[in-house]
Design a protein around this ligand. Structure first.
Ligand code: ADP
Ligand code: MG
Length: 274
């Protein structure tokens, strides 16, 4: 790998869901080592961007491109994107009863580190994996028992976040996208993800945090804050912009961008009459 930090570049990205245009020209550049916050009112397209980045089949790129270090990744499937170092922490993680946390992680780590592995070929050596998992869990203050539980089955909000952080620590992605809902995260969950992320981030990882949580952004101060409205990034600033939005909400943003605000309104009307 080169010494230059890797770059995740989004250019003029248009994304539609079931034929409805949602993103209407998003430009964004995240370098390894940078922390970016993506904010914006509900329905502005933040999650859509996250899904499009990792290649969710329902989110169709109709124009523009996503690239890593200059190579377009639009056409790659989610696994190939993960191997290039992209990681998305889902807003609603799946529950897999019968699959233990440790087994899930062993598969995931093997697949990412050994891209040429064919289905059914050997996984990472158990002993080596166990050692690494144990050390990582210790660093993150996660109880050993956690690895034996079934994936997300009956997990509290905080435990789901612990799982997310553990995955990040084991997979070591070059770009982590965290889509954190602004509702429904209890204070334990916010603490887990805030502290865990700040411990893990560094020069090797670019982070895009989708959130409104002040605590998360206090622990992980973004160098860049972007505001999305009606499928476009309408403003970009530093950490103070995140503070301002937290204190004052989006009324000011809508005032400063009346055209986007009107589009937001029109989309809402369409949704309720559809
Ligand atoms: P945010 O994360 O900013 O709240 P979303 O990206 O979830 O916004 O949603 C943006 C718009 O796209 C909304 O109008 C939403 O209804 C629509 N949308 C997103 N995902 C889907 C989907 N899977 N099916 C139908 N509509 C969707
Ligand atoms: Mg969302």
């Amino acid at each position: 790998m080169s010494q230059q930090p890797a770059v995740l570049k989004i250019e003029n990205l248009h994304v539609g869901v079931e034929g409805v245009p949602i993103l209407k020209g998003v430009d964004l550049e995240v370098r390894q080592g940078e922390v970016h916050a993506l904010m914006g009112p509900n329905g502005s397209g933040k999650s859509t961007l996250a899904y499009a980045l990792v290649g969710h089949p329902k989110y169709e790129i109709t124009e523009g491109s996503i690239s890593v270090d200059g190579s377009p990744i639009n056409e790659l499937d989610p696994c190939e994107r993960a191997r290039l170092g992209l990681f998305l922490a889902f807003q609603y993680p799946v529950t897999i009863p019968g699959v233990r946390v440790a087994d899930f992680l062993r598969h995931a780590v093997t697949n990412i580190r050994n891209p040429d592995r064919k289905e059914g070929e050997e996984l990472m050596k158990m002993r080596e994996f166990r050692k690494e998992l144990r050390e990582t869990m210790k660093q993150l203050n996660i109880d050993e028992e956690f690895a034996r539980r079934y994936l997300n089955d009956g997990f509290s909000g905080g435990e789901k976040k612990r799982m997310e952080i553990l995955q990040l620590a084991m997979l070591k992605p070059r770009f982590a996208i965290l889509d954190e809902t602004d509702s429904g995260l209890d204070s334990d969950a916010v603490r887990v993800v805030s502290e865990g992320l700040s411990r893990l981030s560094g020069p090797h990882m670019g982070v895009l945090i989708i959130t409104h949580h002040e605590r998360l952004l206090e622990y992980n101060v973004p160098q860049h804050t972007h505001v999305m409205l009606a499928g476009r990034i309408v403003e970009t600033g530093d950490a103070s912009l995140a503070h301002d939005l937290h204190a004052n909400g989006y009324a000011g943003v809508r005032e400063r961008h009346p055209e986007a605000a009107a589009e937001e309104q029109a989309a809402k009307v369409q949704e309720t009459t559809a």
